[in-house]
Design a protein around this ligand. Structure first.
Ligand code: BES
Ligand code: ZN
Length: 613
């Protein structure tokens, strides 16, 4: 009797499970239960308190009920919840809430009692000084030195450290916000920023298009504004605003090129916010306002593929969004592909192929370091923190997959397919399985015998690269290699026409047994130790660690002390951690740099320098 009852329950649960398998339930990185109650709109009211390094105020959600549950499940991390209220019978009434145990990567589940009739919920809260999604800079840590600066980096799961929220990319919500700052500072968001010079300390925002939570963004500082066109402007500290407007002058042309290929830009304005050098990423595609590292303002427009990349996310990522972090390749692979198409449209094939080849080399190096299972596009993250598994795989393997499809079906057919894809899934979040079904229906079935589903499954579900994956080869790089071989035998280098890309290829491919004399010879002729281009400097400094080239040490120290973009910093710490003397030196530099590093840069590099096993 008992036995059969258990079986009955088991079968009933399996059936319920089968029918309630929504995208939300499939996001292992969120406590949200979108199939029970979802939150399609947010009203945010926050004071930006630089003295306490704290955001304080409330988040108010419109409730959409899909079941008779009277509980709302939210994500939170290091938040203090001051009180919760529900809107019912035309007034705000206090309600009960509870916080779950702290999970090492997910934070805490926040459960709010919303009764059975409330239409809105308000959560009053404040953030921790250590919020993982925020960085607070003192005036001394800014270029202007007079005012503090703060910014958010919410992707992938850091929104919950500054807003109690259903922090899954399967949710889409609109938002309005009111922010207050000390007078004189300007606050901006991933919303309808104003170009006016009002600095009264109270700012209102509206984002009427439904976006996933990881695209909610905020920054405040002593910002100047410089227009590039009537649709594009740069927000930045005064010291760099003109240089950045010059560096990124091609942005309007990039928008036009992308629209011609993939349909209209649907977000109204496209502005760029240049952050302090501690910004942990190259760029972040916050809608209407991409956040950009100052390390790409190189003075020669050689690193503007970053702008092409963040702009491309206005189609791949922001319009069509990965439903969970296992599907990140749907954001980053498509975007890397579109980025490269934009670069080709504006600057021609040679540059586009050089950029493909550099990405390909990075991927191959990455594949060496990764567990095979972590080289799968539709990766199994479990509940590991997505930041801990960040790699080139979703980017470059994803891009190669789309390049492969383009090769097989031809550009015309593939472009048509992609354009339709952006239309069909506009303002939706999709899983890898949904993409596969769409690909089967709209491309494979319509052009039979070109690519099999087995091949697609190999790309998406198998580790490494398929045998017949594209292998980008650049003629320009082949010439660099010829020159390198002559130079290694004592000949001269003709570098006058070399671009940043050729320099990167040259340095990255120097033989590791290069002599100390040749290192010195290079440095003497080309001043590599003092070069200001952040990417070339990075490549050279990394080599200098491997080769124990001491004259570059001071530059290495100042580089690590002034730049916090993790991609430029962590390979250097990783290299330094390989020998005891260097590790000791690196720890000392790190401790000095740490107060200026973003929480993400701190976490990643402390793992490299202190948790070595
Ligand atoms: N959206 C990403 C950054 C990101 C991805 C943050 C996943 C957190 C989790 C952004 O668009 C990006 O890819 N930036 C790259 C740009 C590069 C590939 C041109 C970067 O920051 O290096
Ligand atoms: Zn990206």
């Amino acid at each position: 009797m008992l036995f059969s009852k258990q079986w009955f329950l088991f079968i009933a649960m399996a059936i319920v499970g089968l029918f309630s398998s929504t995208a939300a339930a499939e996001d292992a990185h969120s406590y949200a239960r979108l199939d029970e109650v979802s939150t399609p709109h947010l009203e945010l009211d926050l004071a930006i308190d630089f003295d306490r390094k704290q955001l304080r105020g409330f988040a108010e959600y419109t409730l959409q009920r899909h079941s008779n549950s009277n509980l709302l499940y939210l994500d939170s991390s290091q938040l203090t919840i001051d009180k919760a209220e529900i809107w019912q019978h035309d007034q705000w009434q206090p309600t009960k809430f509870s916080l779950g145990d702290v999970h090492p990567s997910l934070g805490q589940e926040l459960i709010v009692d919303i009764g059975s009739t409330a239409t809105k919920v308000r959560i009053h809260y404040h953030t921790a000084t250590t919020a993982s999604g925020l960085q607070w800079l003192t005036p001394a840590q800014t270029a202007g030195k007079k005012h503090p600066f703060m910014f958010s980096q919410s992707q992938p799961i850091h929104s919950r450290s500054w807003i109690p929220i259903q922090d899954t990319p399967a949710l889409r919500l609109t938002y309005n916000a009111r922010l207050t700052t000390p007078a004189g500072l300007l606050a901006v968001m991933s919303a309808d920023n104003s170009l006016s010079d009002n600095r009264d300390g109270e700012y209102f925002f509206s984002m009427p298009q439904a976006i996933p939570p990881y695209l909610i963004a905020i920054a405040a500082g002593d910002l100047a504004i410089q227009a590039i066109s009537d649709k594009v402007a740069v927000f930045a500290e005064q010291y760099i605003v003109d240089q950045a407007a010059w560096e990124f002058a091609d942005t309007p042309a990039m928008i036009e090129a992308t629209e011609a290929m993939y349909g209209p830009y649907r977000w109204d304005r496209y502005d760029l916010l240049i952050l302090p050098p501690s910004f942990p990423f190259g760029g972040m595609e916050n809608p209407r306002l991409s956040f950009i590292t100052p390390t790409v303002v190189s003075g020669d427009r050689s690193l503007i593929n970053l702008i092409a990349h963040e702009l491309a996310h206005s189609w791949s990522g922001n319009l069509v969004t990965n439903a969970s972090w296992r599907d990140l390749w749907i954001n980053e692979g498509f975007t890397s592909y579109v980025e490269n198409r934009i670069m080709e449209a504006l600057f021609g094939t040679e540059r586009a192929v050089m950029e493909q080849a550099l990405g390909y080399q990075d991927l191959l190096a990455n594949l060496e370091l990764l567990e095979p299972n972590d080289t799968i596009l539709n990766i199994d993250l479990g509940t590991r923190h997505p930041d801990d598994v960040f790699s080139q795989v979703p980017y470059v393997k994803g891009q190669l997959f789309l390049m492969y499809l383009e090769e097989q079906f031809g550009r015309e057919t593939f472009d048509k397919f992609l354009r339709q894809y952006f239309d069909d899934f506009a303002f939706q979040s999709i899983s890898t399985a949904q993409f596969k079904a769409y690909l089967q229906r709209e491309l494979l079935a319509k052009h039979p015998q070109v690519v099999s589903m087995d091949k697609i499954n190999e790309w998406i579900h198998q580790p490494g690269l398929p045998e017949d994956a594209p292998k980008p080869q650049s003629d320009a790089f082949a010439k660099v290699e010829q020159q390198m071989n002559r130079w290694l035998k004592g000949g001269a280098l003709q570098t006058d026409s070399w671009t940043t890309h050729e320099w990167l290829h040259f340095i990255n491919n120097l033989p590791l047994d290069i002599s100390a004399d040749n290192m010195a010879r290079l440095d003497r002729e080309f001043n590599l130790t003092s070069i200001q281009n952040s990417e070339i400097a990075h490549a050279w400094l990394k080599l200098s660690i491997i080769k124990k080239y001491e004259p570059a040490r001071d530059r290495l120290r100042s580089y690590l002390l002034t730049i916090g973009r993790n991609k430029l910093v962590s390979p250097l710490y990783r290299e330094l951690a390989k020998t005891p003397d260097n590790l000791k030196w690196a720890r000392a530099v790190y401790e000095q740099a740490k107060p200026g590093y973003h929480p993400l840069t701190q976490t990643v590099n402390e793992a490299l320098l202190y948790n070595k096993d």
